[in-house]
Design a protein around this ligand. Structure first.
Ligand code: TMP
Length: 241
């Protein structure tokens, strides 16, 4: 499968068309962004680590009955994915309060959330990804009620599967963001699951192992991502078949 025209270039990934209109090539770049693109840096190896990390997680999810756009690894930094019609909302589940939740509501940082909480955000950097509710999504025609229900249900299932996986390997899945898109009459998980879009803490020390290291200027960003990959047994050397 060869790259054709570029379809879209985001802050950390580029999407290319292929000779098959139903398939796209997703390239993970080394670019790293925070605060809606205000802070951007290139971090050596990050594209490769995230591409392989994402492939590993999407395979785990597939094994647990959660379907995504992921097809296969194509190269160290590229994966083949299904061409989805993306819904412009971000689905966030939080197991522990931190980040924007604490800023917005004044709840204590580190508070365990019981039950885990769910939020929708509009994917719109220029508007700083505002918090939105189910009615906004329906009234503005971004998704139907049944699609909203699927996004919530699947995101909570992903939380169960991955919270267990990280916990078995000495980490806490604090929170994460997912995106969905339509493929024919199905709604599939799209985009990525990598340490760029979640918060992971070491279970014993609560050391940050995710993009908060970049947001907060803590250093050792890609080293932390590689440590997470190593703990999960992700092969960072494997070449695609
Ligand atoms: P927040 O605390 O900044 O709202 O972030 C919640 C989680 O969602 C965190 O794991 C980071 C992730 N996230 C993204 O990946 N992209 C985004 O644009 C936003 C707002 C959050």
């Amino acid at each position: 499968m060869n790259r054709q025209e570029i379809l879209y270039s985001g802050k950390a990934k580029s999407i290319y068309q292929t000779e098959d209109e139903n398939l796209l090539i997703m390239e993970f770049r080394d670019d790293t962004s925070a605060f809606d693109g205000e802070k951007i840096e290139k971090l050596d190896r990050k594209g490769m680590v995230n591409n392989r990390f994402n492939a590993f997680i999407m395979s785990v999810l597939e094994d647990n009955g959660i379907n995504s756009h992921f097809e296969k690894l194509l190269s160290p930094t590229e994966s083949l994915v299904k061409h989805l019609d993306m819904i412009p909302v971000e689905c966030v589940v939080r197991n522990i309060a931190t980040g924007s939740l604490c800023k917005r509501y004044g709840v204590e940082d580190g508070l365990e959330l019981s039950p885990p909480t769910f939020e929708f955000f509009l994917k719109d950097d220029a508007r700083h990804d505002p918090l939105i509710n189910d009615y906004h999504i329906q009234s503005f025609g971004w998704a139907s009620l049944s699609e909203i229900e699927v996004m919530k249900e699947v995101t909570f299932r992903v939380n169960s599967v991955l919270s267990r996986l990280f916990s078995q390997n000495g980490m806490i899945l604090v929170d994460f963001k997912l995106e969905y898109g339509r493929f024919g009459n199905k709604l599939l998980l799209g985009d990525e699951f990598t340490p760029d879009g979640c918060r992971l803490w070491d279970s014993d020390t609560r050391r940050k192992l995710d993009k908060d290291r970049f947001r907060k200027g803590l250093g050792g960003v890609v080293e932390a991502y590689e440590e997470v990959a190593l703990r999960l047994g992700v092969d960072l050397e494997a070449m695609p078949e």
